[in-house]
Design a protein around this ligand. Sequence first.
Ligand code: PBG
Length: 326
Amino acid sequence: MLKRPRRNRKSAAVRDLVQETTLTTNDLMYPLFLLEGQNKKVEVDSMPGIFRLSEDQMLKEVEECLNLGIKAFDIFPVVDEKHKDKEATKSYDPNFFYLKSLRRIKEAFPEACIMTDVAMDPYSTDGHDGLVEDGKILNDETLEILGAMALAQADTGIDIIGPSDMMDGRVEYIRDILDENDHEEVSIMSYTAKYASAFYGPFRDALDSAPKSGDKKTYQMNPANQREAIIEADLDEEEGADFLMVKPALAYLDVIKLLKDNYDLPIAAYNVSGEYSMIKAAAEKGWLDGEKAMLEAVLSIKRAGASVILSYFAKEIGIIAKNGSL
Ligand code: PBG
């Protein structure tokens, strides 16, 4: 035999030499859930190890993560039912706890990269990402609300706006509003190919944001489609997005690769709640080695082409990195 691929696997030292992909804490963004009030830390039942945190606890969490080398955070609000309405008005009320806390978090840690989510679902009595009328999700009317939401978030000093709503035309709409208001430096990480996925279940538990009726299939993409991701990516690129995101990640590695091969913008991937909970649940049952499965799953997202990985595993990976065993 002339060729024996096993020669390049014969020892740890040789394997390290030929390793193609390396995961580091630089690749990771940690999604966090912000609660109203003080001194609150409430675990999400379906996401063991993930907590909803009030501002004081959130500040501690961000500090701990920064010390582990995790520097980017995607902060979502947990909105009490009493604050929700049809038009998601709290989402752009500068006195709302979420926006006030974002400002304080950013002031406390100017070196941290903070992303916020633009979509109506956490603030809406309908639990949809857009405005609902007679069971339909209105696109263009929703843009006005998303624009106001994005501007209010940018006004707090955060770094990246993450439109997760999948309305048509929202990247350009938001870019224009940001630019008109002196927020040229605020980036947009577009949820470019966001699929109508069953893997968002635990996230909706965390925020209590499940749709009250119907599903999200008229705006989120059909899991059967790959070429449609190109249509979305072309638009986001033209509309001024700074990052293109694929979501979920693990069931869509082909889509990550497709965008990586066809676009020059950085590709992000969201390793979503259900992907986290599956590994945690199996590990709790002793059915697989949770730490190894986690590292393999997240590495695979990077290997597929993502340079930014949003993952609930970020902090745990940060701890492993700190111990020198990543
Ligand atoms: C809201 C939003 C969702 C997620 C991120 N932003 C849920 C949804 O679209 O229903 C899911 C994240 C996760 O599952 O971890 N538009």
